[in-house]
Design a binder for this molecule. Structure first.
Ligand code: COA
Ligand code: AMP
Length: 644
């Protein structure tokens, strides 16, 4: 089978996009059957799409496969054993580590065998609460190898968030580390892990803990096992786990993402659809060829990290860079250019917020000119709307195409983008360009009727969604249907609002729910409100996202204190900020809590969030006709003075 990449370039300079996209919609089975040839199947699928299975049908039904085999073994067997698979570059520990495909496979086989010794078998869940270290990639692939379902929890989440995920996924095993490293701060993981297990109703059988030299931790007897000792013993004993065949429709992982309440949604990714879609995207969307070096600067705790630090580049036989550092301050605003130049990356994927941070520190792009970026061809941005000024600055400074593309944890890969491998379409600033194959993206009104060009509405995706997208939520088919499929029958609701222009370009302007995007991180304001409301002095509260020059948005909490509370509001505000950090985690970047006498509401009691946001952002606003008391909005304006 061909693993050299499905090269469908645009030799004559014309994009093949329109023809390819049209075919994917008119003959989805034929289109994806062809893409599936890039994957090594143990048993080929009996039906490319089976509408009778699952909540809206399942892709590659009857297929039997192993994701780890497609990421590692097949490349080792076919000439890439000595090619570097993973480059771990960590300015935070001042180290660069490289693992070839053969070395990575060896590590994965050993850890997979260790996990089997703990009784982990096909379908069992394993939670990974890990910093950005190579062992995290090894652990993900080891789970995939033995058919276990991994669930990676981002290191910036606090113990309670981890506990919620433990209770939902009920893992047999948790893999963690002694610490994470943030600039100027060591993040002690072990106390968070211990607290999460204490809070959780479902207890894992054991924890495997990686001791990092920057901070070692005490092990809990009879529960915690030392990662390095288990690894050494397994390698010395020649232990190696074989690939376990799984159904294409079996889950590869669960990734929790913010929902409209404090309870996160367990997005399920299956093996077959994910393999086919993500592999397809590596050349056709990102324009990367097997053997080339690719860098995705996300974190493995996010979907972008799953698909494009770990799986995509490895399915494709490329070399992937894993970066433990920041765009600025590690040590300076030249960090990204140093990595691209040193490792000869051909393409790089990050979030616009990172570019805003770099631009602030290096507006003239002086650092950029200190590095040889001659191999670098394309910059990809996602995670939040790529604001045109940031895109223009990046284009001018880097002199390569800057491609915004839109996707969600739920879809696992790009919904709308500009397909470099098929031939780039003209870039329109502010738009992530056009729907990828398999996605019929419509903009609809409240009655689910498509609206005309350049008219704002809810952005929806016609069912079935393409391979790679979530088939359901973990153990929650009903919640999946209710949250995504019920409001617009026949469609998946993205909860993003926007419009399409006369050329079919998609413009994604904002969310229709309570989700805000903070430095490219997806957070639920509803979840934060639950935390604020749990403070004994708070009678009522509202959290909303307000504009931030670097992070795009940051949360701002408005508090109404209970009658009779005598303590100074500033003291309570400080406690609230600490409470959010403690319960949700530092990643929330919750640093603004403002006490007000009352919240502006409509006569029917709805908080006027949209208007409050406009006031906080300094945008123009009009008095809502339904307001209960117009003075309440003036009071908000007063309270905000000097605070945002
Ligand atoms: N573990 C523990 N804490 C973490 C963490 C982790 N993995 N990641 C972030 N945090 C902490 C930070 O240290 C910070 O803590 P502080 O309040 O003590 O300063 C807090 O969470 C907020 O983090 P963040 O919002 O990331 O802010 P920052 O100031 O550290 O960095 C950026 C700002 C813009 C540089 C950074 O967010 C960034 O690089 N974003 C790009 C993300 C990206 O590339 N995504 C890929 C596409 S989805
Ligand atoms: P996440 O699930 O964390 O990837 O966040 C998904 C959400 O981020 C989307 O629903 C959008 O609101 C937003 N988003 C991601 N990429 C883009 C983009 N390129 N343009 C606009 N919004 C984006």
């Amino acid at each position: 089978m061909n693993v050299q990449g499905n090269v469908q370039g645009n030799a004559d300079g014309k994009s093949r996009y329109h023809e390819v996209h049209a075919r994917s919609l008119s003959d989805p089975a034929g289109f994806w059957a062809e893409a599936a040839k890039e994957i090594d199947w143990i048993e080929p699928p009996t039906r490319i799409f089976d509408p009778s299975q699952g909540t809206y049908g399942r892709w590659f039904a009857g297929g039997v496969v192993n994701t780890c085999y497609n990421a590692l073994d097949r490349h080792v067997e076919r000439g890439r054993a000595d090619q570097v698979a993973l480059i771990h570059d960590s300015p935070l520990t001042n180290s660069v580590t490289k693992l070839t495909y053969a070395e990575l496979l060896n590590e994965v086989q050993a850890l997979a065998a260790v996990m089997q010794d703990f009784g982990v078998a096909k379908g069992d869940r394993v939670i990974l609460y890990m910093p950005m270290v190579p062992e995290a990639v090894v652990a993900m692939l080891a789970c995939a190898r033995i058919g276990a379902v991994h669930s990676v929890v981002f290191g910036g989440f606090a113990a309670k968030e981890l506990a919620t995920r433990i209770d939902d996924a009920q893992p047999k095993l948790i893999l963690s580390a002694s610490c994470g490293i943030e600039p100027g701060r060591i993040v002690h993981y072990k106390p968070l892990l211990d607290e999460a297990i204490r809070l959780a109703g479902s207890k894992p059988k054991a924890c495997i803990v990686l001791q990092r030299p920057q901070l070692t931790c005490e092990m809990t007897p009879s529960r915690d096992y030392d990662w390095a000792s288990l690894r050494r013993k397994a390698l010395n004993d020649g232990k190696s786990a074989a690939c376990v065949p799984v159904a294409a429709t079996d889950p590869l992982y669960i990734l929790y993402t913010s929902g409209t309440t404090g309870v996160p949604k367990g997005v399920v990714r299956d093996n077959g659809g994910h393999l086919v879609a993500v592999k397809w995207s590596m050349f056709n969307l990102y324009g990367v060829k097997p053997g080339e070096v690719w860098w995705c600067g996300s974190d493995i705790g996010w979907v972008v990290g799953h698909s494009y630090i770990v799986y995509g580049p490895l399915f494709h036989g490329a070399t992937t860079i894993m970066y433990e550092g920041k765009p600025v301050g590690t040590p300076d605003a030249g960090a990204f250019w140093r990595v691209i130049s040193e490792h000869k990356a051909v393409a790089f994927f990050t979030a616009p917020t990172a570019f805003r941070a770099i631009r602030k520190d290096d507006p003239e792009g002086k650092f950029i000119r200190q590095y040889d970026l001659s191999k670098f061809r394309t910059l990809f941005l996602a995670g939040e709307r790529a604001d045109p000024p940031t895109v223009e600055w990046a284009e001018q400074q880097l002199n390569v195409p800057v491609i915004d593309h839109w996707w969600q944890t739920e879809t696992g890969w790009c919904i709308a983008g500009n397909p470099v491998g098929l031939g780039m379409l003209p870039v329109k600033h502010g738009s992530p360009t056009v729907p990828m194959p398999g996605y019929q993206v419509d903009v609809v009104d409240e009655a689910a009727k498509p609206v005309g060009a350049n008219t704002m509405g809810s952005i929806v995706i016609k069912l079935p969604m393409p391979p790679g997208c979530l088939p359901t939520l973990w153990n929650q088919d009903e919640r999946f249907k209710e949250a995504y499929l019920s409001e617009f029958p026949g469609y998946y609701k993205t909860s993003d609002a926007g419009y399409k222009d006369e050329d079919g370009y998609v413009f994604v302007m904002g969310r229709t729910d309570d989700i805000i995007n903070v430095a490219g991180h997806r957070l639920s304001t509803g979840g934060m409100e639950e935390i604020l409301a749990s403070h004994p002095d708070v009678a009522e509260c509202a959290v909303l996202g307000v504009k931030d020059a670097i992070k795009g948005e940051v949360p701002c909490g408005f508090l109404v204190l209970k009658a009779g509370v005598k303590r100074p509001p500033a003291e309570i505000e400080k406690e609230i900020i600490a409470l959010v950090r403690d319960k949700l985690g530092p990643v929330a970047a919750f640093k603004l809590a403002i006490t007000v006498g009352r919240l502006p509401k409509t006569r029917s009691g709805k908080i006027l969030r949209g208007t409050i946001k406009k006031i906080a952002d300094g945008d123009s606003w009009t008095m809502p006709a339904t307001i209960e008391d117009p003075k309440a909005l003036e009071e908000i304006g007063e309270a905000l003075k000097g605070r945002v």
